[in-house]
Write a protein that binds this ligand. Structure first.
Ligand code: FNR
Length: 365
């Protein structure tokens, strides 16, 4: 259908499901095991309600905010998703171009289809990019990647900590056509391909990664260090104690361990604890997983997130309509943000607070 008939992010998913190459669709859309966590990530948002305030002058709405010290046009970013060329011949560069036009931050994945330098070269001078790191068992390879990213101007190092081994994504395993994987630099000839695209390319990941390694990362870079994939209050507190600059509450979009808590629920529990212990200002807290509407973004920001990552919707937009699609997906979210902030009775991101959320329908511990 014509892009003019796309009204929300779910519409991109609908078109993608019916028009995308099967291998790409299966890799992008799949979750682990029975995909319950994948569904819950989004459904959990529907258990939080708004408490809108009326009689507020909402003539001028400002969506801009800062993440890791960088100013950006909206409190959501394009998170790291591997293998962009499965969905579009220009791969991750499509996301870079749209992000530039919309002043949105893009996180570059270790397992991008395009080379890291290609993606950085595609960016404008004004554009902010982060780097997602899968920690390689060979630390020298790791160190080089990090040092190079910093030299190229990357503004944040997101270390993925929820994937010592990639989860079992059976939809992906069934579509056994991995030709496109030849684009991946880290592709390992000896990898076991019977377990699906994801598993085949992840055999280099260091299964021994642990808290003591934070010091080492600090010694190799001045970039802010953020742990991506924290899934409990306990680990969030430990991360703060280790002095990281941020965490992403994430279960990898429901692709890793099945039955981990939806990030929005975890966030609503974590922030009061951080505030009580005076630790809320020590690190920035991000969430990703299941964000499909500006109302989702607003709920997360109200509950204390500094920003929100979005994965699949941008992949679907990229795969179906290219740069125009991703541009439009971001524009839809921005338009929804402005409308919903008006209806909520706030005019800027810093006004969003737990006072605007009724969490009585959400599960409590
Ligand atoms: C991912 N994600 C991911 N995360 C990461 O740290 N490194 C990676 O290489 C990838 N690759 C990847 C591929 C695909 C196809 C998906 C869908 C996801 C996880 C991603 O960063 C993020 O946590 C989720 O995508 C967020 O959930 P939504 O927005 O897709 O629901």
């Amino acid at each position: 259908p014509d892009i003019g008939q796309i009204y929300n992010l779910n519409d991109f998913e609908f078109v993608a499901r019916h028009t995308m190459d099967k291998v790409a669709w299966c890799y992008y859309s799949s979750g682990c095991d029975d995909e319950i966590t994948l569904r819950e990530n989004h459904l959990a948002y529907s258990r939080f309600y708004f408490k809108p305030r009326v009689m507020v002058d909402v003539s001028n709405i400002d969506l801009s905010t800062t993440m890791l010290g960088t100013k950006t046009s909206s409190p959501f970013y394009i998170t790291a998703t591997a293998l962009g060329r499965l969905g579009h011949p220009d791969g991750e560069k499509v996301l870079t171009r749209a992000a530039a036009k919309q002043d949105i931050i893009q996180m570059i994945p270790t397992l991008a289809s395009c080379s890291f330098d290609e993606i950085v070269d595609e960016a404008t001078d004004a554009q902010t990019q982060w780097f997602q790191l899968y920690v390689h068992a060979d630390r020298e390879i790791c160190r080089k990647l990090i040092v190079h990213a910093e030299k190229r101007g990357v503004k944040g190092l997101f270390i993925t900590v929820d994937a010592p081994q990639l989860g079992r994504r059976e939809k992906d395993m069934r579509s056994k056509n991995f030709e496109d994987l030849s684009h991946v630099q880290e592709d390992d000839e000896g990898a076991d391909r019977s377990q699906g695209a994801a598993r085949a390319i992840s055999s280099f990941i260091d299964t021994s990664l642990s808290w003591k390694d934070i010091k080492w990362f600090r010694s190799v870079t001045k970039m802010p260090i953020i742990l991506k994939g924290v899934q409990t209050i306990e680990d969030a507190l430990t991360a703060a104690e280790h002095g990281v600059d941020g965490i992403v509450l994430s279960n990898h979009g429901g692709r890793q361990l099945e039955f981990t808590r939806p990030p929005i629920e975890l966030l609503s529990e974590l922030m009061p604890i951080l505030r009580k212990r005076n630790m809320a200002d020590r690190m920035e807290v991000y969430v990703d997983g299941g964000v499909r509407r500006a109302t989702d973004v607003l709920k997360a920001i109200c509950l204390g997130a500094k920003g929100v990552g979005i994965g699949r919707p941008f992949l679907y937009a990229m795969s179906t309509y290219g740069v125009d699609g991703v541009f439009k997906a971001i524009q839809i979210l921005k338009d929804e943000m402005i409308m919903n902030m008006r209806l909520l009775g706030v005019t800027s991101i810093d006004q969003l607070s737990p006072n605007y959320i009724d969490s009585r329908a959400a599960p409590r511990v």
